[in-house]
Design a protein around this ligand. Sequence first.
Ligand SMILES: [Zn+2]
Length: 270
Amino acid sequence: MSDQYIWKEILKIVDNYNQMVRAELLNRWKKWQLDLTNPEIYEVVGALVARQVTLATQLASTQSIWNGHVAPLILRTMVDTYITLAWIFEKPIERAREFILYGLGQDKLYFEHIKKDLKKSGEDTDNHPIVKDMEKLINSYRFADLTEINLGSWSGLNTRKMAEEAGCMEIYRYAYVPFSAATHSTWNHVSKYNLEPCSNPLHGYHKIPVDPNLPVDISYLYRAVEYVEETFVLFDTKTNVKGDALSSIEMFYKSIDKLGEEEEQKQDKS
Ligand SMILES: [Zn+2]
């Protein structure tokens, strides 16, 4: 079986996965009984679960980033989103509200900086189109008046503490921490991915900067697919929603296994 054939098949599986995972998201949303006295929970939880699907489908659709340079940035955000969601589910009404207020506060802060800079450059800030647009946007938010600008983290805790409280220490230790090295470009990442030994033995094997192309590694896609599934399981457990869409992860693994078997059979024959 040629590499070209395998790639064509993998892209078909990815297309199918993207459609199915979106259908699963929609199915859960439809089955979730709305309680409009607390719309924040639905909006926050819905947005975070949808975010996981977006991150996974974007990663799935971009094979050139299935490598250690870039995929960890997306996977780390997925783990972060998972921990946030798990922590919100512990006290959903209160925390969904805090989550919204923090986000609005960030928008307000950004807006204040822009206004200050416009004023400094002598602009009429009250009538400036940027200011008017942003004011309109901020005033359209529910709770706009309540919003205080909070400079810490939105939950008042660091991610480790949130993971601890929400019972997610395993994913924190084995995924969040290692992927964070890529996100923050710390030494344990850059020394492995962006340096290689100088070939001149007279130089004492110092290292030189490189930007290597890495081979495509499908295991990064497996991780994204698994994080979406874990998010769905978390959602189902906390909301008691019984979705009935076909499972995207089952289709994904079955199709990959089938492709692997086909390849083995072909190799046996040759
Ligand atoms: Zn050298």
